[in-house]
Design a protein around this ligand. Structure first.
Ligand SMILES: *Cc1c(COP(=O)(O)O)cnc(C)c1O
Length: 363
């Protein structure tokens, strides 16, 4: 039985008719850039989250960069970022001229450790970027309290967490502004690149839009040096179709995760932990074992894919100023392993993954 790590083809087949119609509509109208479909998706996505404003852009990395710029963060500023995340989070900080200051992650939940923030604050600190890592919201209550005490902006990196929530409140609605990626493999993925900034603050949202549209207030009325970063019509039309299925797909991912939790519960592994009243959307299902490299090789020999998200914590990547040590992030990088998790994964496929892991630990 073949088991892909992700299966975007199976998802497309399940909604093919609607997707093909949406694409054909864009082609008929030649509505490739801007237009009603982009505006409609922005509105639908904001409504889905329970936020007031959504501004589409070209990808999730641009979204972070534009959000930082919209908050006036740049040269000489410091931004607190988890030591363990996808590299975009820290790259974006550098791209606006600021410095990412790493904070270790929580050993149980893998999101930025609120207890680690205080030691990293200086007079240059302007913002925190919590990442809702692997699909689990960061501890936003503690982070928002801390940010308010220290007058820091909060930018939520929601690239892995569309639809995740804390006590029913969606990730992306806690901070000053939040950023999303619609990279195809994300939980809400386009058929190419895409991203968005989301905010309840009209001024911040308007600044994001202005920066992403060449600094123009309206056509040919440029009031600042901006740039070009757009969500295109085809991607918006596709995302509008897919958004209708997001909750169903999240439920599918949660079901797969719960089944793994049961099938693997008695093995010497760390399984994902979810705090009370948090909804994890399992962009990734990540286990930990100190026999990670052997397990990964063993699964590979049996045709079972597994990946590392990510091989190195950011302070060890080599492109940022030396910082550390960060013991939790460093140990994670040695022990983590991501297993296939998506709503189309069949019971038979999932059993095969779990059986292979069980037999590894029996040998
Ligand atoms: C995917 C991702 C991004 C960047 O998104 P792109 O659309 O690929 O630029 C940013 N942060 C995190 C945590 C991500 O997983």
């Amino acid at each position: 039985m073949s088991i892909p790590f992700v299966d975007l083809g199976a998802q497309y087949q399940s909604i093919k008719k609607e997707i093909d119609q949406a694409i054909s509509g864009v082609l008929q109208d030649s509505a490739f850039i801007g237009g009603k479909r982009v505006a409609a998706f922005e509105e639908e996505f904001a409504a889905y989250l329970g936020a007031s404003h959504c501004v589409g852009c070209a990808n999730g990395t641009d979204a972070i960069e534009i959000a930082l710029e919209a908050l006036g963060i740049g040269e000489g500023d410091e931004v607190l970022v988890p030591a363990y995340t996808w590299i975009s989070t820290a790259n974006s900080v550098c791209r606006v001229g600021a410095k990412p200051i790493f904070v270790d992650v929580d050993p149980d939940f893998y999101t930025i450790d609120p207890n680690g923030l205080k030691a990293k604050i200086t007079s240059a600190t302007k913002a925190i970027i919590p990442v809702h890592f692997y699909g689990l919201p960061a501890d936003m209550r503690s982070i928002m309290t801390f940010a308010q005490e220290h007058k820091l902006f909060v930018i939520e990196d929601c690239a892995q967490a569309h639809g995740a929530s804390i006590e029913g409140k969606k990730a992306g609605t806690f901070g000053d502004v939040s950023t999303f990626s619609f990279y195809p493999g994300k939980n809400l993925g386009a058929y190419g690149d895409g991203g968005a900034m989301v905010s309840n603050d009209e001024t911040i949202a308007a600044r994001c839009r202005m920066i992403a549209r060449q600094g123009q207030r309206k056509k040919h009325d440029h009031v600042m040096v901006g740039r070009n970063s757009r969500l295109d019509g085809l991607q918006a039309a596709i995302l509008s179709v897919k958004l209708k299925y997001l909750d169903q797909w999240i439920a599918g991912r949660q079901q797969v995760a719960n089944t793994y939790n049961e099938l693997l519960s008695d093995l010497p592994l760390s399984l994902p932990q979810v705090p009370e009243s948090f909804a994890h959307v399992y962009h990734l299902y990540v286990i930990q074992t100190d026999r990670r490299d052997d397990l990964k090789a063993y699964l590979g020999e049996r045709g079972i894919p597994s990946l590392l998200h990510y091989p190195k914590p950011l302070h060890q990547v080599g492109v940022f100023d030396p910082q550390g040590p960060f013991t939790v992030s460093e140990s994670m990088s040695q022990n983590i392993l991501s297993l296939p998790v998506y709503p189309e994964l069949t019971n038979a496929q999932q059993n095969e993954v779990a059986e292979a892991i069980r037999s590894f630990f029996k040998d």
